[in-house]
Design a protein around this ligand. Structure first.
Ligand SMILES: C[S@@+](CC[C@H](N)C(=O)[O-])C[C@H]1O[C@@H](n2cnc3c(N)ncnc32)[C@H](O)[C@@H]1O
Length: 240
């Protein structure tokens, strides 16, 4: 796994331009805006506006997902965004305040490997594009612990293109990452992303892991990228 210090350095550097970077990268890989991508994730969570929900967004970054959730969830719902990078949360906090949502969104700086929440506290747990930086089994164990019985988990993540699992495909992936580094990325982000690209899981692997951690009714939707060597997008939904 990538060292947490490298991740924090990478996202501290990226924080001021994070949302623009995400929008550009998601458009180039999946042909969707960042906003549309997050809409799909939130749609999968099927939040009912009439219900009061405690929602957790793991690896919340600049709290884009909580801000969108605040528009969809019931007015009395409470949303917590957790992230390991303080600088991402500081940018997020400013935008939460600008959106007038600070009474509903709380941002917490902590690792998803040991979340500072009671067992079964959340009705809905969400994570968008954060799992590839983490020890996924440990993260799932924590997600399972903090989700109440009957609660919902929704994860949106990139998945490996089938090509990457071959020897030639893995070499091609490294070349693409190198080109990407030359075009867009700072060196520290490359370090954070290179290992993360090797920590992507297929739909079948997600099903196995989710069921191994006691999640049921697992549904995985896959969106293909427009080039066969780009990662696909996966949206996983399951209940506890
Ligand atoms: C690509 S961003 C995703 C942010 C946000 N979910 C979104 O969709 O825009 C990945 C985030 O994961 C966070 N992260 C990485 N490892 C983490 C960990 N162990 N615990 C909590 N957050 C972590 C990083 O700090 C970063 O903000």
């Amino acid at each position: 796994m990538t060292d947490d210090g490298i991740i924090v350095d990478a996202f501290t550097e990226l924080a001021p331009g994070y949302e623009e970077t995400m929008d550009r990268e998601i458009r180039s890989v999946w042909g969707l805006s960042y906003d549309q991508f997050v809409e799909r994730l939130i749609e999968a969570a099927s939040l009912d506006e009439s219900e009061v929900n405690a929602v957790l967004d793991v690896a919340t970054g600049t709290a884009f997902i909580p801000r969108k959730l605040a528009e969809k969830a019931g007015a009395n719902s409470r949303i917590v965004g957790l992230d390991i990078t303080q600088a991402m949360l500081e940018h997020g906090q400013k935008m939460v305040e600008t959106a007038g949502s600070s009474s509903r969104i709380q941002l917490v700086c902590a690792s998803a490997m040991a979340m500072p929440f009671a067992d079964g506290f959340f009705d809905v747990v969400i994570c968008g594009l954060g799992t590839h930086h983490m020890d996924v089994p440990r993260m799932l164990s924590e997600m399972r612990r903090v989700t109440k019985t009957g609660g919902t988990l929704v994860i949106a993540e990139a998945g490996p293109a089938p090509l990457w699992r071959s020897f030639l495909g893995s070499a091609l992936l490294r070349i693409l990452l190198f080109i990407y580094r030359l075009r867009y990325m700072s060196a520290v982000r490359v370090q954070a992303e290179q290992e993360a690209f090797l920590n992507l899981h297929t739909a079948a692997e997600w099903r196995t892991m989710l069921s191994g951690f006691g999640f049921a009714d697992i549904d995985v939707v896959e969106f293909r990228a427009h080039r066969p060597w780009y990662p696909c997008a996966l949206v996983m939904k399951a209940v506890t």
